[in-house]
Design a protein around this ligand. Structure first.
Ligand code: 13P
Length: 340
């Protein structure tokens, strides 16, 4: 393991003004989003959508790394140029989702365990050969009546740590993503308690598995009320609660934290990230940035709708969201940017 190379990659991914673009939706997830907008659910439509994304002019000004899916890392532009080459030429580091999805956890109704450790060493070596320099693994924690259980939190934290150690052995920076879901009517306080327990357990496991903290990126949820909770705190309260939970649980050695959007609107995701950086940046030991999928892609996808004629408008929307989030990374986002 080349520790310095891992640290350099991690720091580049969370550099000032930069964040990550998650475009690693599995085929079923991507197809579901296409179906809602009447876009054909085919390999070619998925390829065309990803070509639109990676060829967006100026994307590299705000995006440091793009997380790809297994199908996508093997795909090319219409003219035959591999996506990995297009990204690298744009100054964007290619990454790869390597988990095999969340499956029912035995003896734990309503809870999931992320699979994909079998054969992972070999797959990481292949992805590294294809040009990936970082990887992602997502664990899902659902708040509910009497859940999450210790069994679910510990099993997922253990898998995340084994994955992270294998990534570093292969020279890839692991993105460690334990996501506490927004679905449900739980309060912000309940999300805070669960998030802190999850992060504490994850870092315990990372430590036990000898993972180099400087050479990883944490991808957590923000601390939020559930989507159907009657009380929805304002942007500043969310920012304060999230920063507090991270300060209590994430070691200062970690290079960066890049949030998932998790179903928040594009504007709210930017505003909340911005409030954290604008209000607390000088007091934080790690960089705070974004690793959004829906909050960057969705407005552009709704404009594209699978039509060649809409490509430029969709790319403009994608570029705009990337810029807004870059500003939020600096603590310089303003809602007026949305109207500009
Ligand atoms: P969202 O930003 O849409 O939550 O996606 C982030 C991600 O990569 C989920 O694993």
């Amino acid at each position: 393991m080349n520790a310095q190379k891992l640290i350099d990659t991690a720091k580049t991914l969370v550099a000032e003004g930069k964040g990550l673009l998650a475009m690693d939706e599995s085929n079923p997830t991507c197809d579901k989003r296409f179906e809602r907008l009447g876009i054909p659910q085919t390999v070619e439509a998925r390829r065309a959508w990803r070509e639109l994304i990676v060829t967006t002019p100026g994307l590299g000004e705000s995006i440091s790394g793009a997380i790809l899916f297994d199908e996508t890392i093997r795909q090319q532009k219409k003219d035959g140029t591999p996506f990995v080459t297009v990204l690298t030429d744009a100054g964007i580091i290619p990454g790869i989702k390597v988990d095999a999805g969340a499956k029912e956890l035995a003896a734990h109704p309503g809870e999931k365990i992320t699979e994909g450790l079998d054969g992972l060493r070999e797959r990481l070596a292949q992805y590294s050969q294809m040009g990936a320099r970082f990887a992602k693994w997502r664990a899902v924690i659902a708040p509910g009546d009497a859940i999450p259980s210790r069994g679910c939190i510990e099993a997922n934290a253990h898998a995340l740590a084994l994955y992270a150690a294998l990534c570093q052995e292969a020279g890839l920076v692991p993105i460690v993503e334990p996501e506490v879901l927004m679905d449900g009517d739980h309060t912000l306080e309940r999300c805070r308690v669960i998030t802190e327990e999850v992060l504490r357990t994850v870092f315990n496991q990372l430590y036990t598995q000898r993972v180099l903290l400087e050479g990883l990126i944490l991808k957590p949820n923000m601390v939020l009320p559930g989507l159907t909770c009657p009380r929805q705190e304002g942007v500043d309260e969310v920012a304060r609660a999230t920063v507090r939970s991270l300060l209590w649980t994430v070691p200062a050695a970690v290079s960066g934290i890049a949030f998932l959007s998790g179903g928040q609107s594009a504007e709210l995701s930017s505003a909340r990230l911005n409030a954290m950086n604008a209000g607390f940046k000088s007091r934080l030991p790690w960089a705070l940035t974004f690793s959004f999928s829906r909050a960057i892609q969705q407005p552009a996808l709704e404009l594209w709708r699978g039509e060649e004629a809409n490509v430029l408008a969709a790319q403009k929307a994608l570029y705009h969201r990337a810029r807004c989030n870059s500003a939020a990374r600096r603590g310089q986002y303003d809602a007026a940017m949305e109207r500009a």
